[in-house]
Design a protein around this ligand. Structure first.
Ligand SMILES: C[S@@+](CC[C@H](N)C(=O)[O-])C[C@H]1O[C@@H](n2cnc3c(N)ncnc32)[C@H](O)[C@@H]1O
Length: 230
């Protein structure tokens, strides 16, 4: 696949655990691929700013937080949900880093670590905090909640849904075999007529939901992503 929306770059300022909170069992996602999928979804959207985005399997909120930084000017509201209570708590911490106050608090936390241990990695993380701070400007409203996305969801009316569904090795679907189609059905119900849906999954997974119209499909390594419109 040719990258059209994101050049090859060094994304180390966004490495999980550096400024953004990471940890054992907390999933993350390749940033270049995320920004590429989002770019392709946005291209299909008839709305380009003031956007409402939603990730129904948000894990620790890594992808949503990255999008909040890179697409800061264009996003009005970010929703994220996950079935797992601990992931939701983690996602709330990460997404809070889209505010100046929380980012300053995080910087103070890292400063304390640097003063105690003098590690180079902490010094680098402090530099990253400054770089992240420059990317903020727009006050994005955020809402993270616990929900099983195969069951009825609140009527969010997102412009773009972007999600990286469970693969089976690190995280499993928690609701049996037809979870993918059940999720698509629920997402259809909470979308508006121009919602764009981008789903990233393991190559073995299949989508059989006739309600969504597929616009694009791309394979990339062990993964694939598909883009749909309502
Ligand atoms: C691959 S991870 C998502 C990673 C995330 N995009 C990120 O950036 O960190 C998949 C997530 O789906 C969640 N999950 C599994 N079954 C679910 C369900 N039925 N409803 C909602 N979330 C579910 C898991 O708890 C896990 O956090």
């Amino acid at each position: 696949m040719e990258y059209l929306y994101c050049k090859d770059d060094n994304f180390q300022d966004f490495a999980s655990g550096r400024v953004l909170y990471g940890g054992k069992g907390i999933p993350n996602f390749p940033i270049r691929l995320l920004l590429e999928i989002y770019g392709r979804a946005l291209e299909r959207s008839n709305k380009k700013e003031d956007l409402v985005i939603y990730d129904p399997c948000c894990g620790g909120g890594y992808s949503l937080t990255i999008l909040g930084y890179f697409q800061n000017k264009y996003i009005r509201k970010i929703y994220g949900s996950d079935i797992d209570e601990d992931m939701v708590a983690h996602a709330k911490k990460n997404i809070s880093l889209l505010t100046d106050v929380a980012l300053k608090k995080r910087k103070a936390e890292i400063e304390e670590l640097y003063n105690s241990y003098g590690k180079e990695s902490h010094k680098e993380a402090l530099d990253s905090c400054d770089k992240l701070s420059i990317m903020l400007g727009n006050d994005i409203s955020t809402e993270i909640f616990q929900a099983d996305c195969t069951m009825p969801l609140p009527e969010i009316l997102p412009d773009i849904i972007i999600t990286d569904v469970p693969y089976g090795n690190l995280v499993e679907w928690e609701q049996g075999k037809n979870s993918m189609d059940a999720m698509l059905e629920q997402l259809w119900r909470i979308s508006h007529e121009n919602t764009i849906l981008a789903v990233c999954m393991d190559k073995k997974q299949k989508i059989n939901c006739e309600k969504w119209e597929r616009l694009e499909k791309q394979n990339i390594g062990k993964r694939k992503f598909e883009i749909y419109k309502k």
